[in-house]
Design a protein around this ligand. Structure first.
Ligand code: SF4
Ligand code: SF4
Length: 69
């Protein structure tokens, strides 16, 4: 569907496993319960993402990247 015809945004939630140390800050602060932690963060429910970018802000390892698609 062309982006300009959507009434909602879709976001890609990417976790760089090399950078992630599993600190759980993203899971703790995400308002939409996007992340699970299995030693590293996993974007288990990316469709729930609202694009607030809180996870990017709290990740001291810069392991999370949110991209609007
Ligand atoms: S906040 Fe960053 S380092 Fe911590 S678990 Fe999430 S992605 Fe990994
Ligand atoms: S951008 Fe916001 S809603 Fe999306 S995964 Fe990060 S903290 Fe959760």
């Amino acid at each position: 569907m062309p982006k300009q015809n959507r009434t909602f945004e879709v976001y890609m939630v990417y976790v760089d496993e090399e950078r992630c140390d599993g600190c759980e800050e993203c899971r703790h602060y995400c308002p939409c319960d996007v992340f699970d932690i299995f030693h590293k963060a996993v974007a288990a429910r990316p469709r729930s993402c609202l694009g607030c970018r809180t996870c990017e802000a709290v990740c001291k390892s810069k392991a999370v990247i949110i991209t609007e698609i």
